[in-house]
Design a protein around this ligand. Sequence first.
Ligand SMILES: N[C@@H](CCC(=O)N[C@@H](CS)C(=O)NCC(=O)O)C(=O)O
Length: 242
Amino acid sequence: MTYCVRRLSTLLLNFKPSQSIPALRKYSSVSEDKLLYFAFRGRGEPIRIIYALAQVPLKDERVPISLDHWMNIKKDQPLGQLPVLTCSEGTLVQSKSIARYAAKKFGLAGKSIWEEALSDMIIETCDCSFGEIGAKIVPWKYLKSEPKPANHEQVLADVKEKIIQTIEFIQKGAEERGKRFIISDEISLGDVMFYSSLEVAAAVYPDLMKYNSWVEDFVLNFISDDRISKYLASRPQSQLPI
Ligand SMILES: N[C@@H](CCC(=O)N[C@@H](CS)C(=O)NCC(=O)O)C(=O)O
């Protein structure tokens, strides 16, 4: 009994809320979760980052960027697209659903319904603006699966304008809350989504990572987290700039 009390106090003394210890204890030794995604960051990276933050092993299977290879395995995917997460509960598709599932499982989705809602708002806002890079720019700029549109400069300018509106919107909310990260003093799903979106955007608009001092501080705080810096230093090279 004394041992248990002592052990409990040691655990409490070492407890770092950001690491969501109960979730870690439950999942770290038994996780067999597998993520199938392409060998670039794109829609898969927020999911990879969530596992890195939770310090839970993820079988990070990266499909090489080769049309032949992809066509061979596309038919085996539930919706013919990636990412696909396989875990003990079953198979999940849709990147945002997977990211939400993983974040909830590991206690990184927010500490209240309100914080979860704020994360959701950031996810959807990023998707509506940064997401346009995937829809309107990546096919001709990186995949060469479509010809460069005649009005490509206008497309680039319009998407950038939308992204800047998003950045300023997220910044305004974060400054009103006055926390270390966008929603709270701990990194949560909203931060992961915003950082991942900025990384993708930086391939097309390198100036955006330093858009203003708020963005610079956010990025610095985010990448200074030990779990994040370890992950960033060790992740495989992305086969595309996105
Ligand atoms: N709404 C889906 C979109 C998935 C999607 O567009 N995946 C792309 C890669 S980012 C893909 O698999 N492209 C190959 C194809 O459609 O054949 C999600 O968020 O997961």
